[in-house]
Design a protein around this ligand. Structure first.
Ligand SMILES: [Zn+2]
Length: 376
């Protein structure tokens, strides 16, 4: 079993844990700011440090295209972007990179580079090596996600491909470990929106073994792709019930505070999403009393901070009226300040979750957050 993850407190299915990687410890439940191309949007790595983010997620395939492995093999990602914490890497993200997608084959996923149109194939083996070379702390195995609305046959086809690729990934990972790699590898389970295939995929990925190596954690893949949140939660519940308790569980692409806390209640430990950034870019500010739209005219004369309960530098130094003005005049600073505050909010929110699990009052925090943040 993974010696890299320790569960410290539990409350129902929720838990506080510690994930040890080659770049330090990460307290879970954790939210990873997305830094797709080795850059967190509107923030620098110094900002990441000051908001207290101990881990981020980058995209290995995009980094392989630019700056390219000839750069990253000389200067691994931590040093390249000057981030000392843990770097997770996503592998191909067929989901997110849909516009680049050409086709799937038995061997892998075929992509077209958004930079110069060149064609590339990502195989399970290749992407593991890319992640290892660029210095990833926590890598993902290549998977195939069936879209929302897929029938059982399509779902099974994608699941079986995911399983074949998981096996190839783990075999390659075992070789790298043999050569001294300290990278961790998470398997991704699929299975669409049918309980039986979900369960089958979770069991398969959880128990897969190569040279007595298993996946260090499990990502619950193929969710939040258009389905209602209740369906998501049902699938999370089905998945976590099937997976080993002692493995960290990662729900990719979820960032709404209400969705996060409900997933935590169902046993999820790790999250990432562009949600706080996308909201901030549009003037939607997360506060201790719910989300506010800073562009509304009522803030023109409001000389109070974005959130009176926030101690980030934005709330300590600027007013709603000023940030309202920055948005109205389309100043780049508007987005920088709003993103900083929202990302800071997310890190404090995850601290509150960990504290609530420890104190046994997650339920109360959950009802408060769901009331403020649940989207209709
Ligand atoms: Zn703030």
């Amino acid at each position: 079993m993974s010696k890299n993850f320790t569960i410290k407190y539990e409350s129902g299915n929720a838990r506080v844990g510690e994930l040890k990687t080659k770049h330090g410890s990460v307290q879970t439940p954790v939210f990873l700011p997305v830094s797709t191309k080795a850059a967190p949007k509107y923030l620098s790595s110094m900002d990441l440090k000051s908001i207290g983010a101990k881990a981020i997620i980058s995209n290995a395939f995009l980094l392989y295209l630019k700056p390219g492995m000839e750069v990253l093999s000389r200067k691994e990602i931590h040093k390249f972007m000057n981030f000392e914490g843990t770097v997770f890497t996503d592998c191909g993200g067929f989901q997110k990179l849909r516009s680049m997608f050409i086709t799937m084959s038995k061997k892998g996923i075929h992509f077209r580079s958004p930079y110069d149109g060149s064609k590339h194939i990502i195989t399970p083996k290749k992407i593991i090596n890319i992640q290892n070379t660029l210095g990833s702390d926590v890598a993902m195995s290549l998977d195939d996600c069936s879209p929302w609305g897929s029938n059982i046959e399509e779902t099974k086809e994608a699941m079986e491909r995911t399983h074949r690729w998981a096996k190839e990934s783990l075999e390659e990972f075992s070789k790298l470990k043999g050569k001294g790699s300290k990278m961790l590898l998470f398997g991704i389970c699929q299975g669409g929106f049918f309980k039986e295939t979900r369960k089958e995929s979770c069991r398969f990925i959880d128990n897969l073994e190569s040279n007595s190596n298993r996946f260090d954690g499990i990502a619950i893949g193929g969710l939040r792709i258009g389905e209602p949140i209740e369906v998501t939660l049902e699938m999370i519940k089905t998945s976590t019930a099937e997976l080993s308790r002692e493995k960290p569980k990662y729900l990719m692409g979820v960032g709404n505070p209400a969705d996060i806390i409900r997933a935590v209640e169902n046993g999820v430990d790790i999250f990432d999403s562009i949600y706080p950034v996308e909201n901030a870019r549009h003037g939607n500010i997360f506060t201790s009393e719910g989300k506010i739209d800073i562009e509304k005219s009522k803030y023109r004369f409001d000389f109070s901070p974005l959130d009176k309960n926030c101690d980030c530098y934005v709330c300590q130094n600027y007013t709603k009226a000023y940030i309202h003005h920055l948005f109205k005049t389309d100043e780049p600073l508007a987005k920088m300040l709003a993103v900083y505050h929202n990302q800071y909010f997310m890190q404090r929110f995850m601290e509150r979750i960990r504290e609530a699990i420890k104190e046994g009052n997650l339920k109360a925090l959950s009802s408060e957050i769901v009331k403020e943040y649940q989207t209709k």
